[in-house]
Design a protein around this ligand. Structure first.
Ligand SMILES: Cc1cc2nc3c(=O)[nH]c(=O)nc-3n(C[C@H](O)[C@H](O)[C@H](O)COP(=O)(O)O)c2cc1C
Length: 185
């Protein structure tokens, strides 16, 4: 079964980004889907980045390593990704040259109440993913604009948006399959 790890860049209890990931995960068939909670990941400190890093960091790196692919969703904070997400990606980027993110296929999305849907944050998310050797999907950006109108009771209820997200997830599955074939060849 394909293993997908999802990461939400928001810690908010009623986060729209987390709600989208939950709804998407429930709708994916034949996929082992898990959302990794970032609440316990401490602020990056190179002094703590040793052979025995903080437990939440070790767990994050292990979960990324074990996944065939990632789905990363971020809010846009002041035109960038959330500090919470950048912090997690910084931890996951190390040790240098041995990052769990290296060569990992990643579907990205952003969600915002604004009509721009967090498009600027997503561009910056791609920059960070490229920097660490991950492989964000080469496809049209998935942005969820006016997100507050599309979530009800913690679930994404807009069918058009869900269809768009599922198309992205299908592209992620294809990329995972393509990379597996390349590794086995
Ligand atoms: C510090 C801060 C900065 C924000 N900056 C932006 C922004 O630049 N662009 C935008 O579209 N929304 C911005 N927002 C609104 C967020 O997109 C909105 O709060 C969103 O719902 C957060 O995601 P969540 O629901 O997953 O927690 C900002 C919110 C905060 C708290």
């Amino acid at each position: 079964m394909t293993k997908i790890l999802a990461i939400s860049g928001s810690l908010r209890r009623e986060s729209f980004n987390t709600a989208i990931l939950k709804t998407l995960g429930e709708g994916l068939e034949g996929v082992d889907f898990e959302i990794f909670p970032l609440a316990d990941v401490p602020l990056y400190d190179q002094d703590l980045d040793t052979a025995t890093p903080p437990a939440a960091v070790a767990a994050l790196r292990q979960a990324i390593r074990a996944a065939d692919g990632l789905i990363v969703s971020s809010p846009e904070y002041n035109y960038g990704i959330s500090g919470v997400l950048k912090n997690a990606l910084d931890w996951a980027s190390r040790p240098y040259g041995q990052s769990a993110l290296n060569r990992k296929p990643v579907m990205t999305l952003t969600a915002s109440p604004a009509f721009t849907g967090g498009a600027r944050a997503q561009a910056s998310l791609h920059e960070t993913l490229f920097a660490v050797g991950a492989r964000p999907l080469a496809r049209a950006q998935i942005v969820v604009a006016l997100v507050h109108e599309k979530i009800k009771d913690g679930r994404l209820v807009d069918d058009a948006t869900l269809g768009f997200l599922k198309a992205g997830a299908a592209d992620l599955m294809k990329e995972i399959a393509r990379l597996k074939v390349a590794v086995e060849a």
